[in-house]
Design a protein around this ligand. Sequence first.
Ligand SMILES: [Zn+2]
Length: 238
Amino acid sequence: MEFADKMKILREIFEKDKEIDKIKNLEKRVPEQIKEFEKILEDFKNNFEKEKKFFDEIDEKRRELEKIIDEKKLNLENFNRRKKESHTNEEFVILQGEIEKTGEAISKTEDELLEVYFEKDEAKKKMDEAKNIMEEKMRFFEKETEALKKELDGSKEDLLIKEDERKRIIARLKDENLFRRYSRIKESRGTGASIIEISECAECHSTIPPQLFAEVRNCNRIIVCQSCGRILIYKWIE
Ligand SMILES: [Zn+2]
């Protein structure tokens, strides 16, 4: 087998490896992405919980004030009844004083309650808004997660096919030394070769001297990038 043919096969291996690495990268990326979604969602959930707690507190305050007003109104009725039934002037004056005091207290509490109603409306608006955003994000992440999982499921089968294809290409190479060398570089650098069409390494982007570039094009022996050590393969081998 001519050396150029070996390099063509090595180029095929390189390209297959790139496809395989892309799938493997996906397998790593998907769980990370899902975790990231969960983290973001947690923030939106916490925000909603915070707004809900605030709303509940205000609503509790509203209930308390309404209860106070009801009680005071009952007192007022009581005082008025007793005033009608009073037998002494002294009793009448005391009850009249209580009635005025209670009336003032009711009116003050009602003012407070009005303020609370307003706060409650505002808090409800904020709470509903936080809920809408949270639910919207939940729906979005659910859809995204499903799509990612589907992609991952498909890729598992794809990976088996591509690894099988890779084995077949390697079997055609029939040059253990070349393959070993390629594998060693791949192991340490992530990729074992660099496919070039100009005098620049496609992987590390360093310049390839003209003489070396000419040799890569001629394709008679293994040439490695002087900078990154990857096997240089000319993209358009004849
Ligand atoms: Zn390089």
